[in-house]
Design a protein around this ligand. Sequence first.
Ligand code: IPE
Ligand code: IPE
Ligand code: MG
Length: 253
Amino acid sequence: MPDTVDLGQSTMGQAPLGPAPRHVAIIMDGNGRWAKMRGKPRTFGHSAGVEALRRTVEAAGDLEIPYVTVFGFSTENWRRPKDEVAALLELLRVYVGRDLDRLVRDGVRVRIIGARAGLAPDILGIIERAEMRTAHNARLHLTIAFNYGAQDEIARAVRRVAEDVATGRLAPEAVTAEAFASRLDTAGLPNLDVLVRTSGERRLSNFMLWQAAYAELVFVDTLWPDFDRGALEAAIADFRRRDRRYGGVARVE
Ligand code: IPE
Ligand code: IPE
Ligand code: MG
């Protein structure tokens, strides 16, 4: 270590902060436990979770985070009791359907990723309308993973690659990481910078297995319905203290 290292930022023994994240993803977890703690049904927690999503999207816009992706419903969540599944599906109607005018006004571009097969026609209608009406927005790209599972997404992308190779549109030697990524549901989105999971669980639960390759993982104990601007700011501050090396060497030696 040299005696003096002047990086142009006062570090006081701490590493300088890295840049703000471009793409923040959140596994919104803990609605059920939040409701249980209050002696309420799990669906009560999901309704409170929508409020947290509204708060978080608004805060992300103010903080000028250009890309936010949230996990709303997984391909495995169909395993839950029928009434809970119905309540979770209803949330898309509530958030993307009823909030649409405000999202349009706030400059939010909405994109829904995940499997479309198996979704009811009215839900598909809500998705198409939201994507169409917000297509010209660019302030905040909000991606909602709905009926989403990363393994399913990857399998569907492999199918597209196979079709393109079979029809001669793609040469086998042109199957690169980029060519593959352009066939994922997230085509065109930057990879994740930070992946936040609430509620103390420390697993990915089949979320963004490809796109999280170099994401910084931030696990917080806060239950999703309690998440707010302060919690988002804290997660970003945690991220900015990380030293992202991408297989290279440290930022500060
Ligand atoms: C997350 O909260 C919401 C979804 C899965 C859609 P949970 O419903 O998983 O809540 P917990 O994990 O049971 O507390
Ligand atoms: C992941 O949470 C799915 C969403 C947040 C939508 P889960 O609560 O379903 O995950 P597991 O079952 O605890 O892994
Ligand atoms: Mg959960």
